[in-house]
Design a protein around this ligand. Structure first.
Ligand SMILES: Cc1cc2nc3c(=O)[nH]c(=O)nc-3n(C[C@H](O)[C@H](O)[C@H](O)COP(=O)(O)OP(=O)(O)OC[C@H]3O[C@@H](n4cnc5c(N)ncnc54)[C@H](O)[C@@H]3O)c2cc1C
Length: 393
């Protein structure tokens, strides 16, 4: 029986993770990524709870731990660089029982790529321009290649998903504005303490530096905006200008951070928005990761949702001959986790809107945080449903 052919669009976290499981279940997988090579960039993302079980089953746990960021905690400073609050990661882990691993998005993407490149056909520098589906498959037109026929198409192409636009309609219908924008980049700055992330706030603005080993560091900016900003999310120079406009009047080390953002080849800017759709599939096209249910980078749950969604989607597709049944079960399994992560953003902690809010946040973190954390449900690693993979159709 011929193998079912699957096209996955997007080679970051959700795409290669879905490919990993599908190839092991006997599917023939192609991934198309619009960037000319695997994209670099991204600050630390957390691999936690059920995602720890996913990477364990992928055999990637050790490699992820080896590349984990050594992040000893968070420091909040004022404009004179005086420390206001200090939170050690070890104390938080002890209180909430977490075994989270923090790794840069770029390193996680590279590990997933390395784990799949020998079994998956990767196409870089191209994208889909048209999808025409019928009862038994999807004819895909590409921007630079001849059309091809697939049994399924999976959109793993992030918040601004092209697959979602072609299948479900314009982004605006599914995007929830959350009033913040963020920028991240790598930067080697001697700011703050080594292996700590140092935050500086002004009302509605946060600038932060993670200082790693010499030669390695990350910077992160977040700013509040009452209204959506009209910008082209593909125009990186315009995004750098937007960032500079938002932060040009700030002190501390912000001018050096802005210069570093200008120089960084992996500068990344986006909104801290969410994506919500009533259904994640239509016929033989299905979405996974941020394309389907971005919880916002402020949720800290992007990697968790991408890895668990990939595992569940591939598990259901390989267990059911009928795609509609598989997609319905994937949604039923993944939606509760998505809903819980979309319910909480922590911008009132990272980006207080007023001076009073900054002072209240600092007071809360230095006096009440341990009691609050001790009351939270345990964040110990959670296990997952075991799929009994059937051969592909
Ligand atoms: C460069 C980069 C930096 C990031 N930095 C952070 C960060 O610092 N903190 C954080 O919390 N989250 C960050 N994110 C988002 C984070 O990766 C996701 O929230 C999460 O990991 C889910 O991943 P995903 O694979 O669903 O989507 P994404 O990681 O957004 O990946 C989508 C992929 O699809 C590709 N793509 C997009 N459109 C198309 C198209 N039309 N055709 C083909 N390919 C397409 C993109 O180039 C990208 O490789 C970043 C994402 C990117 C791409």
């Amino acid at each position: 029986m011929p193998k079912a052919k699957v096209l996955i669009v997007g080679a970051s976290i959700a795409g290669p993770a879905t490919a990993f499981w599908l190839t092991r279940a006997g599917f023939e997988v192609t991934i198309v990524e619009q960037a000319p090579e695997l994209r670099r960039g991204g600050n630390g993302v957390d691999v936690r709870s059920e995602a720890l079980a996913v990477v364990e089953r992928m055999g990637l746990s050790r490699a992820i731990k080896e590349r984990a960021l050594v992040n000893q905690g968070m420091r909040f400073v004022d404009r004179d660089d005086q420390q206001c609050v200090r939170i050690a990661a070890a104390d938080v882990e002890r209180l909430v029982g977490s075994e989270d691993i923090e790794i840069t998005r770029g390193d996680l993407a590279r590990l997933l790529y390395a784990a799949t490149e020998s079994d998956v056909e990767y196409i870089f520098g191209d994208t889909v321009s048209e999808l025409q589906q019928d009862d038994i498959g999807v004819t895909v037109a590409f921007t630079h290649r001849p059309p091809q026929r697939f049994d399924f198409v999976i959109g793993a192409d992030g918040m601004h998903s092209g697959v979602r636009r072609l299948t479900f309609g314009p982004e605006n219908a599914f995007r929830i504005f959350k009033h913040h924008y963020y920028a991240v980049a790598s930067a080697d700055l001697r700011v703050g303490e080594q292996h700590w992330t140092t935050f500086y706030n002004e009302p509605g603005k946060s600038a932060a530096v993670y200082r790693g080993e010499p030669g390695h560091g990350l910077i992160n900016f977040i700013f509040h905006s009452v209204n959506p900003i009209d910008y082209d999310y593909r125009d990186v120079d315009a995004q750098r200008r937007l960032l500079r406009n938002a932060f040009c009047d700030l002190g501390w080390h912000v001018p050096a951070l802005l210069d570093a953002a200008d120089a960084a080849p992996d500068f990344y800017f986006d909104a801290l928005d969410q994506i919500k759709l009533p259904s994640w599939s239509m016929g033989r096209v299905v979405l996974v990761g941020d394309a389907a249910y971005c919880a916002s980078p402020a949720s800290g749950a992007g990697a968790l949702l991408a890895l668990t969604g990939a595992y569940r989607l591939a598990g259901e597709l390989s267990s059911h001959a009928a795609p509609q049944q598989a997609f319905a079960r994937y949604e039923a399994a993944q939606r509760p986790l998505v809903a819980s992560k979309q319910a909480h953003l922590f911008t009132y902690i990272t980006v207080p809107r007023t001076r009073f809010g900054i002072a209240a946040r600092n007071l809360f973190l230095s006096t009440s945080l341990p009691r609050t954390l001790a009351r939270l449900p345990s964040r110990k690693p959670k296990d997952l449903y075991n799929y009994r993979s059937a051969p592909s159709e």
